[in-house]
Design a protein around this ligand. Structure first.
Ligand SMILES: NC(=O)c1ccc[n+]([C@@H]2O[C@H](COP(=O)([O-])OP(=O)(O)OC[C@H]3O[C@@H](n4cnc5c(N)ncnc54)[C@H](OP(=O)(O)O)[C@@H]3O)[C@@H](O)[C@H]2O)c1
Length: 262
């Protein structure tokens, strides 16, 4: 993959799962990757994975997506260590999965800060660098919920749809300035997030944990879960020179789960 080497990239929520895989794959292509999450222990594992796979160190900071102050700390660190930001990849923490009427106001407030306000802030700050250089890439990693919503996913569906909508408008506004903006709607990847959702469903009496996981896997036309690295490759592609004419899209990577054909 060309055109990523030496690029300064921020990947959010890289303490595990999808964010970690994106950070490791992009670092493997030579990007200067900075990632953050709340737990120092998880970030240490991300650094170890990057060293093991690529013999390259990923820059990490503890920071909470829902804290403006923390996000500005991340941006300052990247400016100080590497200079201008070339690309941002917004990946998120885990919004509550529950019936709409049982979700509290504070759960909504947290998720709005963690998923939407963080997107606004990081996009705005990074765009200043990108507009100056007339070049940049923005990737929003959302969920298949934007295309095929499910019961109990009201937070995920509504906030991620807002992010995808924002991405589309930004592709129109920022395209003339050399900035490409795309979203990704991923299906099922067997990470802590999916395991926790299956555990919660088992606790609600929807079946055994193993059966729930097996039923989800069976619902995928390709009959397997996605590998986080496969998502990492897609993100790297969207940030590469090869994807220079791609903007304003919301791309599915889901083994065929979303059935709407367009
Ligand atoms: N896995 C799937 O099948 C799937 C499908 C569709 C959408 N998604 C979405 O994709 C995103 C990533 O999921 P995943 O599967 O990689 O889950 P994961 O393995 O649970 O990873 C989530 C990461 O987010 C970090 N995080 C959580 N809250 C944070 C916060 N407030 N600030 C900063 N970092 C935070 C966590 O690290 P710390 O605990 O250190 O903060 C963790 O590293 C989530 O939004 C998830 O809902 C996942």
């Amino acid at each position: 993959m060309k055109g990523i080497e030496g690029k300064n990239v921020i990947v959010s929520a890289g303490g595990s799962g999808l964010g970690r895989a994106i950070a490791v794959v992009m670092s493997g292509y030579g990007a200067n990757v900075t990632t953050f999450s709340r737990s120092e222990k998880k970030l240490k594992e991300t650094v170890e994975e990057g060293l093991k796979r690529n013999n390259r160190r990923i820059n990490t900071l503890t920071a909470d997506l829902s804290s403006e102050q923390d996000l500005l700390k991340v941006v300052d660190d990247v400016h100080l260590k590497y200079g201008a930001i070339d690309a941002i990849v917004l990946n998120y923490g885990d919004p509550a999965v529950a019936p709409f009427m049982s979700i509290t106001g504070s759960q909504w407030d947290y998720s709005i800060s963690m998923m939407f306000k963080s997107t606004l802030l990081l996009t705005r700050v990074a765009c200043k660098d990108m507009i100056e250089r007339k070049s940049g890439r923005i990737v929003y990693v959302t969920s298949k919920m934007t295309k095929s919503p499910s019961v109990n996913f009201s937070i995920s569906t509504s906030l991620r749809s807002a992010v995808v909508g924002l991405g589309k408008v930004l592709s129109l506004e920022l395209g003339p300035m050399g900035i490409n903006v795309n979203s990704i709607s991923q299906g099922y990847f067997l990470t802590d997030r999916l395991r926790n959702i299956a555990k919660q469903r088992a606790e609600r009496g929807e079946g055994s944990y193993d059966d729930i996981i097996e039923n989800i896997r069976e619902s995928v036309p390709l009959k397997r879960f996605g590998k986080p690295e496969e998502l990492g490759e897609l993100v790297a592609f969207l940030c590469s020179d090869e994807a220079s004419y791609l903007t304003g899209t919301n791309i599915q990577i889901d083994g065929g789960v979303v059935t709407f054909p367009f």
